[in-house]
Design a protein around this ligand. Structure first.
Ligand SMILES: [Zn+2]
Length: 277
């Protein structure tokens, strides 16, 4: 490459022989292409444009590798993209997605935070919520219940503010498992009701959560339900509303006194969630 020319994609002379070969673009040597905005720009602006272009090219390539499941290579490229432009929300969002797929949730979350500082976008918010749920599962399996609850609580807060509820059912499922661990079967039962609401269009998941929910009935004393405060109808604990008058019914769950309980009530920390379920 010299001062006057460079190689670039396409036919610089205009014979049209770059047409019709989509897989391998024709490379031509010709006068250096300048971005329109480079004319009359200061050296700093030209340098910034150059970095913007480099960052964009690397990001596109990182996305391509990400889509192909080549996460480690994608990570290398997006890191260089960020070295060039650290103020692009997409760069950080994609880095978060790559780290999430590598199972590195703890590093993915601050990437989404950086992305959200630059652009408070619902897609990025959802990505962060989904990663928080994955991290909560990871910590739960490691026995770090407090850490798991912190991540879960943050995820629920995000889900409250966005329309995309994918993964919300998994959050409820995990919260139920934490309650079960603490011997709080009534609250776990309520969690599965929420999980069911979150997957109302997915028959397979619905029956899965229904099974988990109803599996808890053997630990609960009030299987018959609660009397509707408005009309006296008996509302089964699987329902949140009275079928006769439509009143909302809050069930008071009591654990059954049974040997199976002692399996769970083994002195684990009592978890307090912010919201009332
Ligand atoms: Zn009623």
């Amino acid at each position: 490459m010299d001062e006057y020319g460079e190689w670039h994609v396409g036919d610089p002379i205009g014979f049209g022989n770059d047409v019709g070969s989509p897989e391998v673009p024709y490379m031509g040597y010709g006068p250096k292409k300048r971005e329109e905005k480079d004319y009359g720009a200061s050296p700093e602006e030209i340098e910034r444009n150059r970095k913007d272009n480099t960052s964009r090219t690397l990001r596109n390539e990182a996305e391509r590798l990400y889509d192909a499941g080549r996460y480690s290579e994608a990570l290398t490229l997006i890191n260089v993209a960020i070295e060039n432009v650290s103020t692009n929300a997409n760069n950080w969002n994609i880095k978060g997605n790559i780290l999430d797929h590598l199972g590195n949730y703890e590093e993915a979350i601050p990437c989404y935070d950086k992305a959200l500082e630059l652009n408070s976008d619902d897609v990025i918010k959802h990505n962060k919520a989904a990663t928080l749920v994955s991290n909560a599962y990871r910590l739960f399996l490691l026995g770090d219940i407090d850490g798991s609850c912190l991540n879960l609580g943050e995820a629920f807060k995000i889900f409250d503010g966005i329309d995309d509820k994918r993964c919300l059912d998994q959050a409820w499922d995990l919260r139920a498992q934490i309650f079960i661990r603490n011997g709080d079967y009534g609250k776990a039962f309520e969690c599965y009701k929420h999980a069911l609401e979150a997957v109302k269009n997915d028959e397979k998941l619905r029956s899965e959560y229904m099974q988990k929910r109803d599996g808890l009935l053997k630990y609960l004393d009030n299987e018959d339900g609660t009397t509707c405060p408005k009309c006296g109808n008996l509302v089964p604990i699987t329902d949140n509303f009275c079928i006769r008058c439509g009143a909302r019914v809050k069930h008071e769950y009591k654990n059954k006194k049974s040997e199976s309980r002692s399996l769970y009530s083994d002195g684990v920390t009592i978890i307090n969630f912010d919201d009332d379920i």
